[in-house]
Ligand binder design. Structure first.
Ligand code: ADP
Ligand code: MG
Length: 825
């Protein structure tokens, strides 16, 4: 910690120094009287009781200041640079645990950034062939290499003999190959390697392996290092699927570099915690080579890493310097805790993860502060129209709906654009909230756009919304890409003239040629299907309209807040009353007849059902055939007495509309579909949802599908048909579905199983990529990073202060144009 008196003095010294160094020292000429000013403050510092280290630094500072006025411009420049460095050192804590990195000058910083982009080829040990291999791992520059963190750390501080190995522990052992062969236990085969040393023998076993590869790999007499959990079986110590390293291998590097002298080489691989890197084709079993290359990269380049996170933040969060973090992540200190390293929780990992999150949050904070400064529409709301709509609705809003509507209303009244995420589980009634919000905008003479990800969903909204809107005397239109040109043109004209008040559509809404007279509110349904860019495009159809995005993918709240850091979040956490329960059960192929029996019973009671087929990307046609075939078979062989319908994404929209209308009117009993019904379809009489190939779906997808039933008051059923063999993960997913219908619990499970990428579509969200951070594991750190980043932006909204120069530069580089940085230059 830095004493507050010293902090004040340093701040006073820094001000003119920052000014003088600004614009590449252009200001230096105009600065007068720097020497007496600085001397004055340094005198003040003399009175403070400081640590010897700081006393020493102050003395160095005095030396730099003395005789400053007499120097020429270059001389002054050099002194200013020195002074900046010493000030940074002074700001660093005195604690031993937090080594400090002196801050670079602007010129040094940019030089380092350039050097870090050096091609990996220039690292010693990397020839053209190896750089091809690394390219496949996306390692192109030395900085990429630094971010290529070890997959695992092995403790080789003490290599045990075989007799010393403790059963049940994870150990490292060295030995010689005595025998290597396949063994059969009944029909099961294993690959067994007998390894010995002067104290005994150990067997390494593989149950899954490539026989040809394994056979060619080991020779009698070869020396190995093995690592893994020691087991005991039939009086024999064993390690199953060990990590291993062949010691004789790679004595000659294939890229033409002679191996380094043995003494130095050995210290890289032994007597320490040793990094193990993820291997790839062409790198397989060349750990020693990779280690050598990484060592070179770290030695030469880690010191150049610097991202500009302020020292106060580093102090508060106990962060080691970035360069030090890279060093320790690749070459941990002797006293490092191995389990922390392997869990990605060491001080080095913490620093790297924090760094990634911090710049994510900084960008989000900046975006948000930009929005807050924008001028928006302060809607005058008297509830003229919403009151009338409430009168004609057959139900009243749930308290949760009322609450979020009030949040939306207060946003809409403010003179800044609304940017709100409305989150509500499937069936929680988001549509009506959207419509009521829309009426508040219409009241002020504005138009409303509602964008949905699929035609079916847009149509569904249109069918629900249009009658209500028309009863109130307004016009609604449906804009999709399957409109005829003449229809489209006439719609576009009426939209431009402001004759249509509510425009509902798909991506067609954000195409060129769509112009509104006065777009006041843009509503985006199923936000996770759209990227930030699409959101922005829709927004540009008006003059800073309010934006409401809706999603049924229930993201845990903390995560939503951080991921959509520039959005406010409202949650509908309550379903409308009178919904029947949903029971979920998993069946296998052999139990299919039971599923059909349930279907028959339900339909006999006057209910309806969905049967859904997955759509696997590569074989859209095939799946379509599946669904079509299935519908035919069901109609002909299984349920000749019922009417089976088929719906899929390739139908024309009139056809889809007709089928949906038939289903709603109960002229169709069973609706077979591909994944198109995933979102938004609302037929309360449907009480059975059958999902084929359930093992292929993700949890949130299953949950969304299931949400199509349980909308009436009677109990519903969701029947999952899974093919065997399922993966363990699929098994776990399906079990979660049986256990709960709580969307938030499901989302958390999904997050734990798959990470957030797929869950929220971060691939297309326009956020920076993460190389170290892991959302499921590192949420607490994410929250800390968010707090710090938002704190900085609230005190310096466009990062204009000189001490934030490096932050701004790093931010620009990490976000690479994905952030609209016009405001920060
Ligand atoms: P989602 O949030 O999944 O988009 P919808 O808006 O489609 O949900 O609403 C699902 C169903 O619930 C619709 O039939 C809608 O009319 C009905 N609904 C919405 N709000 C209420 C309410 N407060 N009381 C009763 N039914 C409601
Ligand atoms: Mg909906």
């Amino acid at each position: 910690m830095i004493p507050s008196e010293l902090e004040e003095i340093l701040a006073a010294i820094e001000k003119p120094i920052h000014f003088a160094s600004g614009h590449d020292f252009a200001n230096l000429k105009t600065v007068k009287g720097l020497e007496p000013y600085l001397a004055h403050w340094l005198d003040k510092a003399t009175a403070l009781a400081l640590s010897p280290r700081r006393e020493d630094l102050l003395q160095r500072l005095r030396v730099q200041v003395q005789g400053f006025e007499g120097l020429d411009l270059d001389g002054k420049k050099a002194r200013v640079v020195e002074v900046q460095k010493i000030i940074q050192d002074l700001k660093c804590g005195d604690g031993v645990s937090l080594p400090c990195q002196p801050w670079p000058t602007q010129a040094e910083f940019h030089q380092s950034r350039k050097e870090l982009q050096t091609s990996i080829q220039f690292i010693k040990g990397v020839g053209p062939r190896l750089s091809e291999v690394l390219k496949k791992k996306n390692i192109l520059t030395v900085e990429d290499a630094l971010y290529f963190l070890p997959r695992l750390y092995q403790d080789r501080r003490q290599i045990k003999t075989i007799s010393q190995l403790a059963v049940g522990k994870i150990e490292t052992v060295m030995g010689t190959v005595l025998k290597a062969d396949m063994t059969f236990y009944g029909r099961r085969r294993t690959f067994e390697l007998t390894v010995g040393d002067e104290t005994g023998t150990l067997i390494a076993k593989w149950f899954n392996f490539n026989p040809r590869f394994m056979k060619g790999r080991f020779k009698k007499g070869m020396r190995l290092i093995l690592f893994g959990e020691v087991k005991f079986y039939q009086f024999q110590k064993e390690i199953h699927h060990p990590e291993l390293e062949i010691l004789e291998e790679e004595s000659e590097s294939p890229d033409g570099n002679a191996a380094p002298p043995p003494g130095k080489e050995e210290s890289l691989h032994f007597g320490r915690v040793v990094p193990v890197y993820s291997e790839t084709e062409g790198l397989y079993q060349r750990q020693r080579l990779i280690r050598r290359i990484m060592k070179n990269a770290v030695d030469l380049f880690a010191g150049k890493e610097f991202s500009g996170i302020p020292e106060e933040v580093c102090g508060r969060q106990s962060l080691i310097p970035l360069s030090e973090a890279f060093r320790r992540a690749h070459y941990p200190d002797a006293d490092e805790d191995l389990s922390l390293l392997n869990e990605g929780k060491s001080s080095a990992h913490r620093r790297l993860i924090f760094d990634e999150f911090f710049f994510l949050e900084l960008g989000l904070a900046l975006r948000r502060s930009g929005t807050l400064m924008e001028k928006g529409i302060p809607f005058p709301i008297s509830h003229r129209h919403t009151r009338r709509l409430r009168e004609i609705l057959p139900f009243s809003l749930t308290p949760a709906q009322e609450r979020v509507l009030a949040e939306i209303e207060s946003d809409m009244r403010r003179p800044h654009p609304m940017n709100r995420l409305l989150q509500g589980d499937v069936g929680s009634g988001k549509t009506i909230v959207a419509l009521l919000s829309g009426l508040m905008a219409i009241e002020g003479g504005y138009q409303v756009a509602i964008m949905a990800p699929t035609e079916i969903l847009a149509e569904q909204h249109y069918l629900n919304i249009r009658p209500l809107v028309e009863k109130l005397g307004f016009q609604a239109a449906l804009l999709t890409s399957s409109l005829k040109k003449s229809e489209r043109d006439s719609f576009l004209l009426r939209i431009r003239k402001g004759e249509i008040h509510v425009v509902i559509g798909t991506h067609a809404l954000i195409q060129e040629g769509v112009e509104f007279q006065h777009l006041g509110l843009a509503i985006i349904d199923e936000q996770h299907k759209f990227g930030v860019l699409q959101r922005a495009t829709l927004k540009k159809k008006g003059l800073n309209p309010d934006v409401l995005v809706m999603t049924a993918t229930p993201i845990p709240r903390t995560l939503a807040m951080t991921l959509y850091g520039d959005l406010e979040v409202s949650v509908i956490d309550q379903l409308p009353p009178g919904r029947g329960s949903i029971t979920t059960r998993v069946f296998n192929e052999k139990e299919r007849f039971r599923v059909y029996r349930i279907l028959r019973e339900e339909i006999a009671k006057g209910k309806q059902a969905y049967i859904v087929y997955p759509l696997v990307e590569e074989s859209e046609r095939l799946d379509l055939k599946d669904a079509t075939q299935m519908a035919k078979n069901l109609q002909r062989d299984i349920f000749p007495e019922f009417k089976i319908g088929l719906i899929h994404g390739r139908l024309k929209s009139e056809e889809k509309e007709a089928i949906m209308a038939d289903f709603k009117a109960r002229r169709i009993h069973i609706l077979v579909s591909t994944i198109v019904i995933e979102v938004g379809i609302d037929v309360p009489n449907a009480s059975v949802m059958v999902i084929e190939h359930a093992e292929r779906f993700g949890l949130s997808q299953l949950h969304q599908l299931r949400g199509r039933v349980g909308r009436g008051k009677d109990p519903s059923q969701c029947l999952l048909i899974a093919q065997f063999p399922k993966s363990e993960e699929a098994e776990r997913r399906l079990r979660v579905m049986e256990q709960t219908t709580d969307g938030f619990k499901i989302a958390e499970e999904d997050l734990a199983i798959r990470g957030p990428g797929e869950l929220m579509g971060t691939q297309q969200s326009g956020l920076p990529d993460f190389r170290v951070a892991n959302f499921a594991r590192d949420i607490p750190l994410l929250n800390e990073a968010r707090k710090e980043a938002f704190g900085i932006i609230s005190s310096d909204p466009i990062l204009s202060q000189p001490e934030h120069y490096f932050l701004k530069e790093t931010l620009k580089e990490r976000w690479k144009g994905r952030l609209e940085l016009a405001t920060i230059g």
